[in-house]
Design a protein around this ligand. Structure first.
Ligand code: GDP
Ligand code: MN
Length: 397
Protein backbone atom coordinates (compact mmCIF):
# COMPACT_ATOMS: atom_id res chain seq x y z
CA UNK A 1 0.00 0.00 0.00
CA UNK A 2 1.38 3.37 -0.99
CA UNK A 3 0.90 6.42 1.19
CA UNK A 4 1.38 10.15 0.68
CA UNK A 5 4.62 12.02 1.28
CA UNK A 6 3.20 13.82 4.33
CA UNK A 7 2.13 10.50 5.87
CA UNK A 8 5.51 8.93 5.15
CA UNK A 9 7.18 11.88 6.86
CA UNK A 10 4.91 11.48 9.91
CA UNK A 11 6.07 7.87 10.21
CA UNK A 12 9.73 8.79 9.70
CA UNK A 13 9.51 11.51 12.31
CA UNK A 14 8.02 9.11 14.84
CA UNK A 15 11.19 7.03 14.49
CA UNK A 16 13.48 9.98 14.98
CA UNK A 17 14.33 10.63 11.34
CA UNK A 18 14.77 14.35 10.65
CA UNK A 19 12.31 15.54 8.04
CA UNK A 20 11.46 18.72 6.20
CA UNK A 21 8.62 19.94 8.42
CA UNK A 22 5.27 20.79 6.92
CA UNK A 23 1.53 21.06 7.40
CA UNK A 24 -1.10 19.58 5.07
CA UNK A 25 -3.80 21.77 3.56
CA UNK A 26 -6.90 21.21 1.43
CA UNK A 27 -7.58 24.85 0.56
CA UNK A 28 -5.51 27.98 -0.24
CA UNK A 29 -6.77 29.56 3.02
CA UNK A 30 -5.52 26.60 5.03
CA UNK A 31 -2.23 26.86 3.15
CA UNK A 32 -1.81 30.47 4.27
CA UNK A 33 -2.57 29.50 7.87
CA UNK A 34 -0.07 26.66 7.58
CA UNK A 35 2.61 29.04 6.30
CA UNK A 36 1.97 31.41 9.23
CA UNK A 37 2.33 28.50 11.64
CA UNK A 38 5.56 27.35 10.00
CA UNK A 39 6.98 30.83 10.47
CA UNK A 40 6.18 30.67 14.20
CA UNK A 41 7.56 27.14 14.57
CA UNK A 42 10.65 27.31 12.37
CA UNK A 43 11.16 30.97 11.65
CA UNK A 44 11.14 30.45 7.90
CA UNK A 45 9.39 32.89 5.58
CA UNK A 46 9.91 30.82 2.48
CA UNK A 47 7.89 27.67 2.08
CA UNK A 48 7.43 25.05 -0.62
CA UNK A 49 3.99 23.99 -1.78
CA UNK A 50 4.01 20.30 -2.63
CA UNK A 51 1.20 18.42 -4.38
CA UNK A 52 0.27 15.22 -2.53
CA UNK A 53 -0.35 12.43 -5.02
CA UNK A 54 0.82 8.82 -5.12
CA UNK A 55 3.44 9.41 -7.80
CA UNK A 56 6.96 10.74 -7.99
CA UNK A 57 8.40 13.31 -10.34
CA UNK A 58 6.04 15.98 -9.02
CA UNK A 59 8.73 18.63 -9.22
CA UNK A 60 9.14 18.10 -12.97
CA UNK A 61 5.38 18.29 -13.50
CA UNK A 62 4.98 21.60 -11.69
CA UNK A 63 3.67 20.11 -8.45
CA UNK A 64 6.43 21.50 -6.21
CA UNK A 65 6.74 25.29 -6.02
CA UNK A 66 8.61 27.72 -3.82
CA UNK A 67 6.64 30.61 -2.24
CA UNK A 68 8.46 33.59 -0.72
CA UNK A 69 5.55 35.31 1.01
CA UNK A 70 1.92 34.71 2.00
CA UNK A 71 0.66 36.21 -1.25
CA UNK A 72 2.66 33.65 -3.22
CA UNK A 73 1.54 30.86 -0.88
CA UNK A 74 -2.07 31.64 -1.71
CA UNK A 75 -1.35 31.92 -5.43
CA UNK A 76 0.64 28.68 -5.72
CA UNK A 77 -1.81 26.79 -3.52
CA UNK A 78 -4.68 27.97 -5.74
CA UNK A 79 -2.73 26.83 -8.82
CA UNK A 80 -1.84 23.40 -7.47
CA UNK A 81 -5.00 22.33 -5.59
CA UNK A 82 -7.41 20.90 -8.12
CA UNK A 83 -4.85 20.59 -10.88
CA UNK A 84 -4.51 17.43 -12.91
CA UNK A 85 -0.82 16.82 -12.25
CA UNK A 86 1.05 14.98 -14.98
CA UNK A 87 4.44 13.53 -14.05
CA UNK A 88 6.62 10.86 -15.67
CA UNK A 89 4.94 8.38 -13.28
CA UNK A 90 1.25 9.29 -13.59
CA UNK A 91 0.59 8.49 -17.23
CA UNK A 92 -0.71 11.13 -19.65
CA UNK A 93 -4.04 11.61 -17.86
CA UNK A 94 -2.29 12.74 -14.66
CA UNK A 95 -3.68 12.71 -11.15
CA UNK A 96 -6.05 15.11 -9.43
CA UNK A 97 -4.40 17.01 -6.58
CA UNK A 98 -6.72 17.44 -3.61
CA UNK A 99 -4.15 18.01 -0.86
CA UNK A 100 -0.91 19.94 -0.62
CA UNK A 101 1.91 19.91 1.88
CA UNK A 102 3.09 23.37 2.91
CA UNK A 103 6.68 22.71 3.94
CA UNK A 104 9.56 24.77 5.29
CA UNK A 105 12.12 25.76 2.68
CA UNK A 106 15.14 23.79 3.74
CA UNK A 107 17.47 24.85 0.93
CA UNK A 108 18.06 28.32 2.38
CA UNK A 109 20.36 29.95 3.33
CA UNK A 110 23.63 29.28 1.57
CA UNK A 111 22.15 26.99 -1.03
CA UNK A 112 25.66 26.42 -2.39
CA UNK A 113 26.54 24.46 0.75
CA UNK A 114 23.55 22.14 0.56
CA UNK A 115 23.90 18.74 -1.05
CA UNK A 116 21.27 16.22 -2.14
CA UNK A 117 21.62 12.44 -1.76
CA UNK A 118 19.51 9.43 -2.59
CA UNK A 119 18.81 6.76 0.06
CA UNK A 120 16.29 3.95 -0.04
CA UNK A 121 15.66 0.79 1.92
CA UNK A 122 13.99 -2.06 0.10
CA UNK A 123 13.44 -5.75 0.17
CA UNK A 124 15.42 -8.01 -2.15
CA UNK A 125 13.16 -11.05 -2.32
CA UNK A 126 15.66 -13.15 -4.29
CA UNK A 127 18.40 -12.63 -1.71
CA UNK A 128 16.11 -12.67 1.32
CA UNK A 129 17.86 -9.50 2.48
CA UNK A 130 17.02 -5.87 2.99
CA UNK A 131 19.03 -3.53 0.82
CA UNK A 132 20.04 0.03 1.49
CA UNK A 133 20.58 1.64 -1.89
CA UNK A 134 22.27 5.02 -1.88
CA UNK A 135 23.87 7.53 -4.14
CA UNK A 136 25.59 10.88 -4.18
CA UNK A 137 23.33 11.77 -7.09
CA UNK A 138 20.24 12.77 -5.12
CA UNK A 139 17.29 14.78 -6.37
CA UNK A 140 17.51 13.13 -9.78
CA UNK A 141 15.60 10.28 -11.28
CA UNK A 142 17.37 7.24 -9.81
CA UNK A 143 16.55 5.18 -12.92
CA UNK A 144 18.51 7.71 -14.95
CA UNK A 145 21.46 7.56 -12.57
CA UNK A 146 21.35 3.75 -12.83
CA UNK A 147 21.42 3.95 -16.61
CA UNK A 148 24.10 6.58 -17.16
CA UNK A 149 26.32 6.41 -14.06
CA UNK A 150 25.69 3.05 -12.41
CA UNK A 151 29.01 3.27 -10.52
CA UNK A 152 27.50 6.11 -8.47
CA UNK A 153 24.89 3.80 -6.95
CA UNK A 154 25.92 1.77 -3.91
CA UNK A 155 24.14 -1.12 -2.26
CA UNK A 156 24.47 -2.39 1.29
CA UNK A 157 22.92 -5.74 2.13
CA UNK A 158 21.37 -6.08 5.56
CA UNK A 159 20.82 -9.45 7.15
CA UNK A 160 17.35 -9.15 8.67
CA UNK A 161 18.36 -11.42 11.56
CA UNK A 162 21.06 -9.08 12.82
CA UNK A 163 19.81 -5.78 11.43
CA UNK A 164 21.86 -2.79 10.35
CA UNK A 165 25.28 -2.82 11.98
CA UNK A 166 27.09 0.32 13.08
CA UNK A 167 29.97 -0.22 10.66
CA UNK A 168 27.50 -0.43 7.78
CA UNK A 169 25.90 2.92 8.65
CA UNK A 170 29.38 4.47 8.89
CA UNK A 171 30.41 2.95 5.57
CA UNK A 172 27.34 4.48 3.91
CA UNK A 173 28.15 7.94 5.33
CA UNK A 174 31.76 7.51 4.19
CA UNK A 175 30.81 6.47 0.65
CA UNK A 176 28.48 9.46 0.43
CA UNK A 177 31.48 11.64 1.14
CA UNK A 178 30.14 13.41 4.22
CA UNK A 179 32.53 14.34 7.00
CA UNK A 180 32.63 15.98 10.40
CA UNK A 181 29.32 16.80 12.05
CA UNK A 182 27.43 15.81 8.90
CA UNK A 183 28.98 12.33 9.03
CA UNK A 184 27.52 11.78 12.50
CA UNK A 185 24.18 13.13 11.36
CA UNK A 186 24.18 10.85 8.32
CA UNK A 187 24.91 7.78 10.46
CA UNK A 188 22.01 8.74 12.75
CA UNK A 189 19.76 9.33 9.76
CA UNK A 190 20.48 5.98 8.10
CA UNK A 191 20.13 4.10 11.39
CA UNK A 192 16.75 5.67 12.19
CA UNK A 193 15.56 5.21 8.60
CA UNK A 194 16.35 1.50 8.70
CA UNK A 195 14.61 1.17 12.06
CA UNK A 196 11.50 2.84 10.62
CA UNK A 197 11.53 0.55 7.58
CA UNK A 198 11.82 -2.56 9.72
CA UNK A 199 9.36 -1.65 12.47
CA UNK A 200 6.63 -0.62 10.02
CA UNK A 201 6.87 -3.87 7.98
CA UNK A 202 7.50 -1.82 4.87
CA UNK A 203 8.67 -3.09 1.53
CA UNK A 204 10.14 0.25 0.51
CA UNK A 205 11.26 3.55 1.99
CA UNK A 206 12.71 5.83 -0.65
CA UNK A 207 14.07 9.21 0.34
CA UNK A 208 15.02 11.32 -2.66
CA UNK A 209 16.41 13.79 -1.92
CA UNK A 210 18.04 13.41 1.46
CA UNK A 211 19.43 16.88 2.09
CA UNK A 212 22.56 17.94 3.91
CA UNK A 213 21.77 21.51 4.90
CA UNK A 214 24.27 24.35 5.07
CA UNK A 215 24.41 23.88 8.86
CA UNK A 216 25.20 20.16 8.54
CA UNK A 217 21.79 18.71 9.35
CA UNK A 218 20.62 15.69 7.38
CA UNK A 219 16.91 15.65 6.57
CA UNK A 220 14.35 13.81 4.44
CA UNK A 221 12.91 16.25 1.89
CA UNK A 222 10.74 13.62 0.21
CA UNK A 223 9.35 10.25 1.34
CA UNK A 224 8.01 7.49 -0.83
CA UNK A 225 6.76 4.68 1.36
CA UNK A 226 5.28 1.33 0.46
CA UNK A 227 3.77 -0.57 3.38
CA UNK A 228 3.32 -4.32 3.12
CA UNK A 229 -0.45 -4.84 2.94
CA UNK A 230 -0.16 -8.30 4.42
CA UNK A 231 1.23 -6.80 7.63
CA UNK A 232 -1.29 -3.98 7.96
CA UNK A 233 -3.29 -5.95 10.52
CA UNK A 234 -0.43 -5.18 12.89
CA UNK A 235 -0.63 -1.43 12.25
CA UNK A 236 -4.19 -0.14 12.44
CA UNK A 237 -2.91 3.46 12.46
CA UNK A 238 -1.09 2.96 9.16
CA UNK A 239 -4.02 1.08 7.60
CA UNK A 240 -6.05 4.25 8.24
CA UNK A 241 -3.62 6.14 5.97
CA UNK A 242 -5.04 4.39 2.93
CA UNK A 243 -6.27 6.83 0.28
CA UNK A 244 -8.56 4.84 -2.00
CA UNK A 245 -8.99 7.81 -4.36
CA UNK A 246 -5.38 7.18 -5.40
CA UNK A 247 -5.99 3.52 -6.21
CA UNK A 248 -7.47 1.78 -9.22
CA UNK A 249 -11.27 1.85 -8.60
CA UNK A 250 -11.60 -1.70 -9.96
CA UNK A 251 -8.98 -2.95 -7.53
CA UNK A 252 -10.65 -1.15 -4.62
CA UNK A 253 -13.99 -2.78 -5.46
CA UNK A 254 -12.33 -6.18 -5.80
CA UNK A 255 -10.61 -5.94 -2.45
CA UNK A 256 -13.97 -5.07 -0.84
CA UNK A 257 -15.28 -8.39 -2.25
CA UNK A 258 -12.17 -10.23 -0.99
CA UNK A 259 -10.98 -10.90 -4.51
CA UNK A 260 -7.30 -10.82 -5.29
CA UNK A 261 -7.34 -8.61 -8.37
CA UNK A 262 -4.83 -6.69 -10.48
CA UNK A 263 -6.01 -4.64 -13.43
CA UNK A 264 -4.00 -5.11 -16.67
CA UNK A 265 -4.17 -3.75 -20.23
CA UNK A 266 -5.25 -6.80 -22.26
CA UNK A 267 -8.49 -8.07 -23.82
CA UNK A 268 -9.20 -11.39 -22.09
CA UNK A 269 -10.61 -11.24 -18.59
CA UNK A 270 -9.79 -14.17 -16.36
CA UNK A 271 -11.32 -15.64 -13.27
CA UNK A 272 -9.27 -18.31 -11.57
CA UNK A 273 -8.89 -19.99 -8.20
CA UNK A 274 -5.38 -19.90 -6.81
CA UNK A 275 -2.61 -17.44 -7.64
CA UNK A 276 -0.43 -20.08 -9.32
CA UNK A 277 -3.21 -21.22 -11.62
CA UNK A 278 -4.03 -17.57 -12.33
CA UNK A 279 -0.43 -16.98 -13.48
CA UNK A 280 -0.57 -20.12 -15.65
CA UNK A 281 -3.91 -18.96 -17.09
CA UNK A 282 -2.39 -15.64 -18.07
CA UNK A 283 0.33 -17.56 -19.94
CA UNK A 284 -2.31 -19.64 -21.71
CA UNK A 285 -4.16 -16.51 -22.80
CA UNK A 286 -0.95 -15.18 -24.31
CA UNK A 287 -0.26 -18.48 -26.08
CA UNK A 288 -3.79 -18.36 -27.48
CA UNK A 289 -3.05 -14.98 -29.03
CA UNK A 290 -4.75 -12.81 -26.42
CA UNK A 291 -3.53 -10.51 -23.67
CA UNK A 292 -4.77 -10.86 -20.09
CA UNK A 293 -7.01 -7.97 -19.01
CA UNK A 294 -6.49 -8.78 -15.37
CA UNK A 295 -5.18 -11.13 -12.76
CA UNK A 296 -8.04 -12.43 -10.62
CA UNK A 297 -7.85 -15.05 -7.93
CA UNK A 298 -11.30 -15.78 -6.50
CA UNK A 299 -9.77 -17.80 -3.68
CA UNK A 300 -11.10 -21.03 -2.31
CA UNK A 301 -14.82 -20.31 -2.50
CA UNK A 302 -15.97 -20.08 -6.09
CA UNK A 303 -19.70 -19.77 -5.38
CA UNK A 304 -22.38 -17.76 -7.22
CA UNK A 305 -21.67 -14.72 -5.08
CA UNK A 306 -17.91 -14.52 -5.68
CA UNK A 307 -18.36 -15.42 -9.37
CA UNK A 308 -20.93 -12.63 -9.71
CA UNK A 309 -18.66 -10.09 -8.00
CA UNK A 310 -15.82 -11.19 -10.27
CA UNK A 311 -18.00 -10.89 -13.43
CA UNK A 312 -19.11 -7.41 -12.41
CA UNK A 313 -15.55 -6.21 -11.95
CA UNK A 314 -14.21 -7.77 -15.16
CA UNK A 315 -17.14 -6.40 -17.19
CA UNK A 316 -16.33 -2.83 -16.08
CA UNK A 317 -13.27 -3.00 -18.33
CA UNK A 318 -14.30 -1.92 -21.86
CA UNK A 319 -11.28 -3.68 -23.39
CA UNK A 320 -12.49 -7.13 -22.41
CA UNK A 321 -13.45 -9.21 -25.47
CA UNK A 322 -13.76 -12.58 -23.77
CA UNK A 323 -13.67 -14.09 -20.30
CA UNK A 324 -11.82 -17.25 -19.41
CA UNK A 325 -12.92 -18.99 -16.23
CA UNK A 326 -10.36 -21.52 -15.11
CA UNK A 327 -11.21 -23.29 -11.87
CA UNK A 328 -9.64 -26.36 -10.40
CA UNK A 329 -12.09 -28.26 -8.24
CA UNK A 330 -10.02 -29.69 -5.45
CA UNK A 331 -11.89 -28.82 -2.31
CA UNK A 332 -14.66 -27.01 -4.16
CA UNK A 333 -16.68 -29.29 -6.48
CA UNK A 334 -16.78 -28.35 -10.18
CA UNK A 335 -20.53 -28.85 -10.51
CA UNK A 336 -21.10 -26.34 -7.71
CA UNK A 337 -18.82 -23.84 -9.44
CA UNK A 338 -20.68 -24.45 -12.72
CA UNK A 339 -23.97 -23.79 -10.98
CA UNK A 340 -22.44 -20.64 -9.49
CA UNK A 341 -21.42 -19.46 -12.96
CA UNK A 342 -24.90 -20.16 -14.34
CA UNK A 343 -26.64 -18.42 -11.43
CA UNK A 344 -24.36 -15.40 -11.62
CA UNK A 345 -24.80 -15.20 -15.41
CA UNK A 346 -28.58 -15.28 -15.10
CA UNK A 347 -28.58 -12.70 -12.31
CA UNK A 348 -26.43 -10.26 -14.28
CA UNK A 349 -28.47 -10.87 -17.41
CA UNK A 350 -26.99 -10.23 -20.79
CA UNK A 351 -23.21 -10.60 -20.68
CA UNK A 352 -21.92 -9.04 -23.91
CA UNK A 353 -18.76 -11.12 -24.31
CA UNK A 354 -18.24 -14.84 -24.83
CA UNK A 355 -17.26 -16.90 -21.81
CA UNK A 356 -15.03 -19.92 -21.82
CA UNK A 357 -15.41 -21.99 -18.72
CA UNK A 358 -12.80 -24.62 -18.01
CA UNK A 359 -13.54 -26.70 -14.95
CA UNK A 360 -11.23 -29.53 -14.00
CA UNK A 361 -11.18 -31.74 -10.92
CA UNK A 362 -13.94 -33.26 -8.81
CA UNK A 363 -17.16 -33.74 -10.85
CA UNK A 364 -15.70 -32.04 -13.94
CA UNK A 365 -17.91 -34.08 -16.30
CA UNK A 366 -21.09 -33.15 -14.42
CA UNK A 367 -20.00 -29.52 -14.48
CA UNK A 368 -19.47 -29.55 -18.25
CA UNK A 369 -22.90 -31.09 -18.70
CA UNK A 370 -24.51 -28.37 -16.56
CA UNK A 371 -22.86 -25.60 -18.59
CA UNK A 372 -23.66 -27.22 -21.96
CA UNK A 373 -27.31 -27.70 -21.06
CA UNK A 374 -27.77 -24.24 -19.53
CA UNK A 375 -28.49 -22.66 -22.90
CA UNK A 376 -26.20 -19.74 -22.03
CA UNK A 377 -23.44 -18.42 -24.26
CA UNK A 378 -20.76 -20.21 -22.29
CA UNK A 379 -18.24 -22.53 -23.95
CA UNK A 380 -17.17 -25.37 -21.72
CA UNK A 381 -13.87 -27.19 -21.61
CA UNK A 382 -12.11 -29.66 -19.40
CA UNK A 383 -8.60 -29.74 -20.83
CA UNK A 384 -6.46 -26.62 -20.79
CA UNK A 385 -5.60 -26.94 -24.48
CA UNK A 386 -9.29 -27.01 -25.34
CA UNK A 387 -9.83 -23.82 -23.38
CA UNK A 388 -6.89 -22.11 -25.07
CA UNK A 389 -8.20 -23.08 -28.51
CA UNK A 390 -11.61 -21.70 -27.59
CA UNK A 391 -10.00 -18.40 -26.58
CA UNK A 392 -8.22 -18.22 -29.95
CA UNK A 393 -11.49 -19.03 -31.70
CA UNK A 394 -13.64 -16.41 -29.95
CA UNK A 395 -10.99 -13.72 -30.36
CA UNK A 396 -10.87 -14.44 -34.11
CA UNK A 397 -14.61 -13.87 -34.43
P1 GDP B 1 9.28 14.68 -6.46
O1 GDP B 1 9.58 15.56 -7.64
O2 GDP B 1 7.89 14.09 -6.54
O3 GDP B 1 10.32 13.65 -6.24
O4 GDP B 1 9.22 15.65 -5.16
P2 GDP B 1 10.38 16.09 -4.15
O5 GDP B 1 9.79 16.21 -2.80
O6 GDP B 1 11.58 15.24 -4.28
O7 GDP B 1 10.73 17.56 -4.62
C1 GDP B 1 11.22 17.81 -5.92
C2 GDP B 1 12.33 18.84 -5.89
O8 GDP B 1 11.87 20.07 -5.34
C3 GDP B 1 13.51 18.47 -4.99
O9 GDP B 1 14.44 17.64 -5.63
C4 GDP B 1 14.10 19.82 -4.68
O10 GDP B 1 15.02 20.19 -5.69
C5 GDP B 1 12.90 20.75 -4.71
N1 GDP B 1 12.55 21.11 -3.32
C6 GDP B 1 11.93 20.32 -2.41
N2 GDP B 1 11.84 20.94 -1.22
C7 GDP B 1 12.43 22.16 -1.39
C8 GDP B 1 12.69 23.25 -0.53
O11 GDP B 1 12.38 23.26 0.66
N3 GDP B 1 13.28 24.35 -1.08
C9 GDP B 1 13.66 24.42 -2.36
N4 GDP B 1 14.23 25.53 -2.81
N5 GDP B 1 13.47 23.38 -3.20
C10 GDP B 1 12.87 22.27 -2.73
MN1 MN C 1 11.60 13.11 -4.74
Amino acid sequence: MNIHEYQGKQILKSFGVNVQEGIVADTPEQAVEAAKQLKINYNSDWVVIKAQIHAGGRGKGGGVKLAKNLEEVKQRATDIIGMQLVTPQTGPEGKLVSKILVAQDVYYPGASETKEYYISVLLDRAKGRNIIMYSTEGGMDIEEVAEHTPHLIFKEEIDPKVGLQGFQARKIAFNLGVSGAAHKEMVKFVTALYKAYEATDSSMFEINPVLKTSDDKVIAVDAKVNLDENALFRHADYAAMRDVTEEDPMEVEASASNLNFVNLDGNVGCMVNGAGLAMATMDIIKLAGGEPANFLDVGGTANAQTVKAAFNIILKDPNVKAILINIFGGIVRCDRVAQGVIDAYQEIGNIPVPIICRLQGTNAEEAKKLIDESGLKVYSAIALKEAADLVTKVLAN
